[in-house]
Design a binder for this molecule. Sequence first.
Ligand code: UD1
Ligand code: MG
Length: 456
Amino acid sequence: MTTPLNVVILAAGKGTRMKSDLPKVLHPLAGQPLLAHVLAAADALAPEKICVVYGHGGDILPNAIGRDDLAWALQEPQLGTGHAVQQALPYLNPDALCLILYGDVPLTRLETLQEMVMIAREGAVALLTVRLPNPAGYGRIVRDAAGRVDRIVEHKDASAEELAIDEVNTGILCLPAGRLAGWLSRLTNDNAQGEYYLTDVIGMASAEGQRVIPCHPGAAWEVLGVNSRAQLAELERLHQRNQAERLMAEGVTLIDPARVDVRGGLRCGRDVLIDVNCVFEGDVVLGDGVRVGANCVIRNAEIDAGAELKPFCHVDGARVGAGAIVGPYARLRPGTELAEQVHIGNFVELKNARVGFNSKINHLSYVGDAEVGRKVNIGAGTITCNYDGANKHRTVIEDEVFIGSDTQLVAPVTVGRGATLGAGTTLTRDAPAGQLTLSRAKQLTVPGWARPTKKQ
Ligand code: UD1
Ligand code: MG
């Protein structure tokens, strides 16, 4: 049987430099809290347990994450990284491997973590290190004459010679939980910061002849942490660039890979084209050949093959059928379902509305809580009056109806198949199928009427 894996995520730090009331690890990267990214990486390793060490901000953190499958270890006060891991120990399986992650280091690739777990499974302590041109502030990796990792010295405790070392500790390590407990119990805070350093465990391990094997991330950004809003913005850009690379590798055309933001899961078919400044949130699926014009915001939506969103569309909780054309400046709100080849034009808002095959709502309309049939034409400025101030009511527009411009449909109301509504109609009763219905004051011309003139 393989040794189970436990993951400890350190997230008790204060995050002073964020200057925020929100705990640092709840600040969003790509629309998700930093901690959620770390949790996703941990989940992907299929661990037996995940324990998050929290402290600053109190219960805000567990409440915001809202998962009952996690163990939450409170660290109060925060006396250092070693002290933090001590708080997690009661929640860990002593026979497991323990992987330690930081809640504010969100971009570590799964492959990197998998490699560390593999090394620890073979009986070594796996330590993630990286060489940095400017290692200031980090713990330095001190190696012995044979080049083996000997210990870690924190920047503030380092000699001039040690400060010259450019290999640094990322903080991420993987080791047997049982041995960790013994080492942690021997930590002292006799150092420049008066803290219990987790890093001292490495010196103890190698002193006992335990092999410490350094691993390296494929890219330096994998181990970058967030301490300030500037660093958060920097990581956001890195992450967005990575996602853009992935999309292009999968065959998506991005007019400018630096001007697309994916905050969630975006799945694309073949030959999708995305113009500049589009934002994708939640789960979005774009079918083969979909074209998304500039400046669209699309969240939790499915756009079927060959559909086109022209610039400046806002789509939320909607489905757009194959070959449909939407926008520019259209708003599709939750519950909107457009069938194939529907046309939705500028300044049209739809909510909780189903629109059938090849129907057209091309200009300045609001259609809410409605069922629109096939091959319907809805003229400019048509409004479904779905709300009476207390309740919402449905409008049904059957197949092949033609609705003249500037019509109000006072719901609940039904327009029968093939009916025509004259322009300017206020429809308060059902319109029969196949006939012209209109409500309009009779046109009148006043003979001999003269315009008033200005008094002298
Ligand atoms: C730590 C490492 C250092 C490494 C650096 C990488 C130690 C002693 N030093 O230094 O070798 O180069 O990270 O970024 O481990 N935390 C707690 N409780 C605490 C203190 C910290 O949960 O009492 C958490 C923080 O929220 C953070 C992580 O641990 O996620 C690291 O803490 P931080 O204060 O940033 O450690 P550094 O001094 O930067
Ligand atoms: Mg730090």
